[in-house]
Design a protein. Structure first.
Ligand code: IPD
Ligand code: CA
Ligand code: CA
Length: 291
């Protein structure tokens, strides 16, 4: 367990705050979805979409943090970076799964990771502090704090206030074999990269029970934490895709690797059930992935 400066609120307190902000942000995004979708721009490729809701949701989170945690840094997908003066930086993907959001497929989430760095906040050196992923379509909050474990909270909203219904501690253990395990992955927006990824999936598909591609990296990572899938791997994620979900998977006992190898287009992110990790990492390495 890392020693953090005593002046900082504990990781658990920061996780509580992240839950509160993420639920309100995800609820707002869902409400906006009900009013329709406006595509505002595209980014790396014409299919890498940004909607007005992506921007509005990130602006909401950023404004809340400026009010509640002035001095903390911010690193968001849609509105860039602000350096931290406290050591904490909020790494935010306001809508992870924007393509699903656009087509009204209810597999998207608001993902908020909080990281600690004594100097500049770089993924190679920062320490995950807290992480929250909220899927407002299923009313699920996934929460973890550094050294404090991971949990799934089910909630409802009454008169604009949210209530917790149940809390389930997430804990992965025991043996697993690839032949009976579900593996999730994701594909890049760049079609050439996707062809390579499809070749890797082809090399894996007869070794695993089956493959899933849900379309939101944060939900893939928490899916491993809950045992909904047994492994997830993807090349080319950005820190805001995995900052929260990777901590949640790790705190649940998954073997997590890759995050932190580079700020953009990190080589490989994976989260694997601990009983399956040795077998799957060998296979990923055989099919040419940089594990
Ligand atoms: C994307 C989703 C997708 C993954 C892509 C991400 P976005 O995030 O997480 O599942 O395959 O690599 O970029 O663009 O919807 O926030
Ligand atoms: Ca994302
Ligand atoms: Ca996004």
């Amino acid at each position: 367990m890392t020693n953090f400066p005593a002046a900082l609120p504990s990781p658990a307190k920061i996780a509580d705050l992240a839950c509160d902000i993420a639920v309100r942000a995800a609820t707002k995004a869902k409400q906006l979805r009900g009013e329709g979708v406006t595509v505002a721009a595209s980014k790396s490729t014409p299919t890498d979409l940004v909607t007005e809701a992506d921007r509005a949701t990130e602006a909401f989170i950023r404004d809340e943090l400026a009010r509640l945690r002035p001095g903390d840094g911010f690193y968001g997908e849609e509105s860039g970076e602000q350096a931290s003066t406290t050591g904490l930086t909020w790494v935010v993907d306001p809508i992870d799964g924007t393509v699903n959001y656009t087509y009204d497929i209810p597999a998207w989430a608001t993902s908020i990771g909080v990281v600690y760095a004594a100097g500049p906040a770089e993924p190679e050196t920062w320490t995950p502090y807290a992480g929250v992923v909220v899927n407002p379509n299923l009313h699920e909050i996934w929460r973890a704090s550094h050294g404090g474990g991971a949990e799934l909270i089910r909630y409802s909203i009454d008169d604009g206030t949210y209530h917790h219904h149940s809390r389930e501690l997430l804990h992965l253990a025991g043996p697993r074999e690839l032949a009976t395990s579900l593996a999730a992955t994701g594909f890049a927006y760049d079609a050439d990269v996707r062809v390579d990824q499809a070749r890797q999936v082809l090399a894996l598909i007869d070794k695993a029970a089956d493959i899933r591609r849900f379309g939101a990296a944060s939900l893939d990572l928490v899916g491993v934490a809950a045992g909904r899938v047994h492994a997830y791997f993807e090349k080319g994620l950005h820190p805001f895709d995995h900052a929260a979900g990777a901590l949640i998977a790790r705190e649940a006992g998954a073997i997590v690797g890759g995050p932190g190898r580079g700020r953009e287009n990190c080589e490989l992110t994976y989260a694997i059930h601990p009983g399956l990790a040795a077998e799957l990492l060998d296979v990923l390495s055989e099919i040419g992935l940089p594990v």
